[in-house]
Ligand binder design. Structure first.
Ligand SMILES: [Zn+2]
Length: 290
């Protein structure tokens, strides 16, 4: 009899512990499912935020493109052929990049411009005359810099390498609106400038393929490398180009040397990062140095 009671007790203990184990297992599975759902939601939120931000960057880029078109007209009307040519070269540069990267610049609906008797440019001129002594900073149009950041762990192909030796990679002109060095008016800067001096080695910010290596009268000798995930990097005002269109590139390869070709006030590197052809602030991409 004693033996029987002992067996029943043992059986009970076994049943209870199996139940407890099942409960823990079920709980763990539920927790894991919940964690997965939350992660998926986080990822979707992140994706949406990125897409919204890229849309905003695209709008700012299209505004810039439109402004260049207006500015060209303005300089032609004012009989300033040199400035008109500078702006035309900028437009050509944008058109070439868009075509190369497969980005379609949509035909702008010019309702806003047509509705006004004065063009955007002449209104800006007025502001200038009225407030000649006002600090330039106060007249800056609202162009925010992008907060795009390469994702950790997925750096393969994304342009994360600073394109110059660390000691020469000081940003002298950031992304966003600044006074254009040769046109002397506030215009959006689609990249960053590094005051590198002449002859510095320029590194490919990531692996990819050279899709353009040529000359533009404003940007001088420039190179575009297309990377994975629709990103690309642009290097301008180069003294010498060491690669040619179609060359496969590895991260860190020397692709050229800094200079002052095109319309430039001194030797420097103009560097751009684009997502699907749209310029974003390269600052967040300068993750690694060589
Ligand atoms: Zn620049």
């Amino acid at each position: 009899m004693k033996r029987f009671i002992f067996l029943v007790a043992l059986l009970n203990v076994l049943i209870i512990s199996t139940n407890a184990q099942n409960k823990t297992k079920n709980q763990l599975e539920a927790d894991f499912e919940k964690f997965k759902r939350e992660r998926e939601q986080d990822f979707q939120n992140f994706k949406q935020k990125r897409e919204a931000e890229l849309k905003k960057m695209e709008q700012e880029y299209l505004d810039y493109y439109n402004e260049m078109t207006e500015l060209k007209k303005h300089y032609v009307e004012k009989k300033e052929p040199e400035k008109a040519q500078t702006v035309q070269d900028i437009i050509d540069y944008e058109n070439t990049i868009a075509k190369t990267l497969g980005y379609k610049i949509p035909e702008r609906v010019k309702e806003k411009v047509e509705a006004n008797t004065k063009s955007e440019v002449s209104k800006k001129e007025e502001v200038k005359t009225e407030a000649e002594n006002v600090n330039v900073e106060d007249k800056k149009p609202e162009v925010s810099s992008s907060t795009f950041k390469p994702e950790a762990g997925t750096r393969d192909g994304i342009p994360v390498l600073t394109p110059l030796p660390k000691r020469l990679a000081k940003i002298t002109s950031p992304f966003g609106v600044r006074i254009h060095p040769t046109l002397g008016r506030p215009i959006k800067h689609n990249g960053v400038d590094f005051g590198s001096g002449r002859g510095a080695e320029v590194y490919a910010a990531s692996s990819g393929k050279v899709v353009l290596a040529q000359y533009n009268s404003t940007y001088g000798n420039y190179i575009i490398i297309e990377h994975n995930d629709g990103t690309s990097s642009v290097y301008a005002h180069l003294d010498k180009i060491k690669v040619s269109k179609g060359s496969p590139i590895r991260k860190g390869d020397v692709i050229g040397y800094t200079g002052s070709t095109g319309r430039s006030t001194g030797p420097h590197l103009h560097y751009e990062v684009r997502i699907k052809g749209i310029p974003v602030d390269p600052k967040g991409y300068l993750v690694e140095t060589k």
